[in-house]
Structures are given as structure tokens and as C-alpha cells.
Design a protein around this ligand. Structure first.
Ligand code: UD1
Length: 339
């Protein structure tokens, strides 16, 4: 298949592009590089020994998107491109709605005109809001609590309306839990700009000496050790989930929703402990106040993905930390210079 990957230079996009190439697919990438680096794709090409057809295009530039899609002979699209920082989305909601929603509409128009109607969309478990009902099935009520999460929820609605109106569309909405880890080579991984918002990249930067200590947000949650529990999933397992979804969509029309998680929750303290073991060093931490908007517990019921796609996550927390550490250790400043 020939697959267009939007946001293909980003964290999950680069790992998924690698898996696509390794499975023999052709990959075209659109990325604005506002939040990613082209070096990631150079390394994907190095690892796979294959070329990527790269276009530096912002999805807000409708004619440029159209120009990439028209006549390209695409079979499917995997759509990762979007802004994703929760705090920034609260401060700049218009930027988030404009970028994520309008960008997606531009992509969909270009696909529809070209008759490319197979799409895997990068959604998030954040659409479930702070529900305490775990494990979360795909039937859990949607209740995103910030503009970033609402863009994911609204795009899910747009896509569902689209396939209801036109039965030629085949769409997968993949709701990721907490993606972590890196390719086992240590050549590609997550490279957040500035201070990381998410736990694993922060812990990794403490381990490599870039930051002094981790702040653990809350130790009075109703969880076994009082710290927040999440379903961390290895990015290579996540990437494999996209290939399984593409395969499913080849023969089935409609919109489908799948949780991509391991089904197991780990607390913040368990993550720090596992990372410390992987890195072979102590990870200093302090307890701090709860972070507003955080749920106590969030983990997936991933049984639908297993039943429908034959997919399940294979790598455990120790492996996630080992691979994440190898990437961080070998690339202490990610793909670029210190920031
Ligand atoms: C966050 C976003 C979610 C997004 C996801 C992407 C919020 C409220 N949610 O999820 O919308 O889809 O990232 O991966 O931002 N923690 C610390 N110290 C830190 C950082 C995090 O203790 O420095 C704790 C958090 O309180 C939480 C856990 O670690 O219990 C995981 O946090 P994080 O990695 O930010 O992920 P989520 O909050 O689950």
C-alpha cells in the first residue's frame, strides 16, 4: 500500500512510518515540523534502508495539502498531525481548534476529491475525560475536559458523520493511552520541545542529568500507593496497532473505535522505580500538589482491539523504560541542540 502519514516526523508518526516501511509499504509524509525534526525521518530511512517521500506542509495550507494528495496514488492515510499540549490548549483554544479541526477538514476534503477514503485517526484516551470507571471500554461516555481533548472528540464526531453520510469511507479512531518508549535501536524516540509535560520524558531527562528531580503530582489519590495510575504503552506496540487497523479497514467500511493500551495500570512511583532500574541510577523525586484535571486512574480495556484486529501490546513496563532510556542516553538532547 501507499500510505500518507501526516505528522510523520513526530514521535508516534516516525515509529509508525518505520513499521510501514518494514512491512513493505510506501510512505509519504506531510509534516510542518513545528513540533518535530526532519532528522527523525532521516533515521527512519537509515533503519529501514528505504526512502520516504517527505513534504514540509502545514495542513492549514489547503492548496499545498491538495497538491500532495492529488495524483499521488494513495491507498490510505494515517493522520497524526496536530497540536497536543493540554496546558497550551487551555491558554490558546482558538489556535488548537483552528489547527486541529481545520487542518483535519483540509485533509479530508483533499482525500475525498481524490477518492482516498481509508483513514486511521490518532485519537486519545483523553476523550474519556476524568472518568473513574476503569478499565475504560470504547463505550465509556466521552467527556474531554480541555480544548486539546475536545479537538480529538470533535474530530471523532466529524469522521463518524462522514462515514454515515458516505459508506465508501473506512475509518479507525485509535484511542491511545500513554505512549512511551522508543525503537530498540535507540535511534528514534520522543523529543519534546522545552520542559516535558508528560511523566516519562521528564523522568528520562532527570536520569540523564538534564533536570534535577521529578515532581510527583499528588500522593493522596485513591490508588494503591496514592499516586496516579496510567496505562503506559510501548510506542512500537502502538505503531503495530496502526498497521493492524489499516489491514482491517481494507475490507470493512464504516467508523470503528479501538482503545490501544495494555490493560494494565502503573503508578507514578512504579514508573520511577522501573526507570531507575533500567537506567541504573537513582531518580530523585518530591511529592507535590495534584495537577488540576488529572484523573486518579486510567487504564484500557483493550479487548476489542484483540477481538477485531488480533492486536495486543507485547512489551511490559520494564521494556518500555529500557528502550526509552537507550534513546535518552544515546541522544541526551534528542535530535537537536540543548533547549
Ligand atoms: C496527558 C494529558 C493527555 C494526553 C497525554 C498524552 C493531561 C491532564 N493529560 O495524559 O490529555 O493525551 O498526556 O500522552 O495533561 N506526573 C507527575 N509528574 C510529572 C508529570 C506527570 O507526577 O512531571 C503524573 C501525572 O499526574 C499522571 C501521570 O504522571 O498521574 C502521567 O502523566 P502524563 O504523562 O502527563 O500523562 P496523562 O496525564 O495521563
Amino acid at each position: 500500500m501507499k500510505v500518507l502519514v501526516t505528522g510523520g516526523a513526530g514521535y508516534i508518526g516516525s515509529h509508525t512510518s518505520l513499521c510501514l516501511l518494514e512491512a513493505g509499504h510506501e510512505v509519504v509524509v506531510i509534516d510542518s515540523l513545528v513540533n518535530s525534526q526532519l532528522e527523525s525521518l532521516h533515521r527512519v530511512q537509515q533503519l529501514s534502508g528505504r526512502n520516504i517521500d517527505f513534504h514540509r506542509v502545514d495542513l492549514l495550507d489547503a492548496p499545498a495539502v491538495e497538491a500532495v494528495v492529488a495524483g499521488a496514488g494513495l491507498d490510505a492515510v494515517i493522520h497524526f498531525a496536530g497540536l497536543k499540549a493540554v496546558g497550551e490548549s487551555v491558554e490558546k483554544p482558538l489556535m488548537y481548534y483552528q489547527n486541529n479541526i481545520v487542518g483535519t477538514l483540509n485533509l479530508l476534503h483533499a482525500m475525498d476529491r481524490e477518492g482516498v477514503r481509508t483513514l486511521v485517526f490518532s485519537s486519545s484516551a483523553t476523550v474519556y475525560g476524568a472518568s473513574e470507571e476503569v478499565p475504560l471500554t470504547e463505550k465509556a461516555p466521552l467527556d474531554a475536559t480541555n480544548p486539546y481533548g475536545r479537538t480529538k472528540e470533535q474530530i471523532e464526531d466529524i469522521l463518524s458523520d462522514l462515514s454515515s453520510a458516505d459508506s465508501r469511507w473506512s475509518i479507525a479512531l485509535l484511542r491511545y493511552f500513554n505512549p512511551v518508549g522508543a525503537h530498540e535501536s535507540g535511534l528514534i524516540g520522543e523529543d519534546p520541545r522545552g520542559v516535558p509535560n508528560n511523566l516519562l520524558p521528564f523522568v528520562a531527562q532527570v536520569a540523564v542529568g538534564r533536570r534535577e528531580k521529578v515532581l510527583v503530582y499528588g500522593n493522596d489519590y485513591p490508588t494503591p500507593d496514592g499516586t496516579g495510575v496510567r496505562d503506559y504503552i510501548h510506542v512500537m506496540d502502538l505503531a503495530a496497532g496502526h498497521l493492524a487497523a489499516l489491514d482491517f479497514l481494507k475490507s470493512t467500511a464504516g467508523t470503528f473505535r479501538w482503545n490501544l493500551g495494555t490493560g494494565r495500570g502503573s503508578s507514578v512511583l512504579e514508573v520511577i522505580q522501573a526507570f531507575s532500574q533500567a537506567a541504573g541510577c537513582a531518580i530523585p523525586f518530591d511529592f507535590a500538589a495534584r495537577r488540576p484535571g488529572d484523573a486518579a486512574l486510567s487504564y484500557a480495556d483493550p479487548s476489542s482491539a484483540l477481538a477485531d484486529l488480533g492486536w495486543s501490546a507485547l512489551r511490559d513496563l520494564a521494556r518500555m523504560c529500557q528502550d526509552h532510556w537507550r534513546w535518552q542516553r544515546d541522544n541526551p538532547f534528542g535530535y537537536g541542540e540543548p533547549n
